[in-house]
Design a protein around this ligand. Structure first.
Ligand code: HEC
Length: 64
């Protein structure tokens, strides 16, 4: 029981230390690259990003 609590505390301590150091290290870093919506601007990727929601990934019209 006490061991479990001690383990939990140690875990929390590590987590906090990790957060602290990751925050502390941020100042010298380059700003993060902007996340892009799509990985590439090749046709299939564009289609998947903009069209597949409605037309499906097979590219077929939903009209049957
Ligand atoms: C918001 C939903 C939506 C999105 C996103 C969308 N479409 Fe459509 N599209 C439709 C609907 C609804 C139709 C008309 C019904 C049909 O043909 O399935 C249509 C019809 C079409 C047609 C004519 C199909 C036919 O059989 O006559 C083409 C070509 C087309 N879309 C291409 C695209 C492309 C390329 C993209 C991505 C740039 C795209 N659409 C994105 C909803 C969408």
């Amino acid at each position: 029981m006490t061991l479990k609590i001690a383990g939990g505390l140690a875990g929390c301590g590590l987590l906090l230390a990790g957060i602290f150091f990751s925050l502390a290290g941020k100042e010298n870093e380059q700003p993060p690259k902007e996340a892009s919506l799509i990985q590439s601007i090749q046709g299939p990727a564009l289609y998947e990003a903009y069209c597949a929601v409605c037309h499906g990934r097979d590219g077929k019209s939903r009209r049957s």
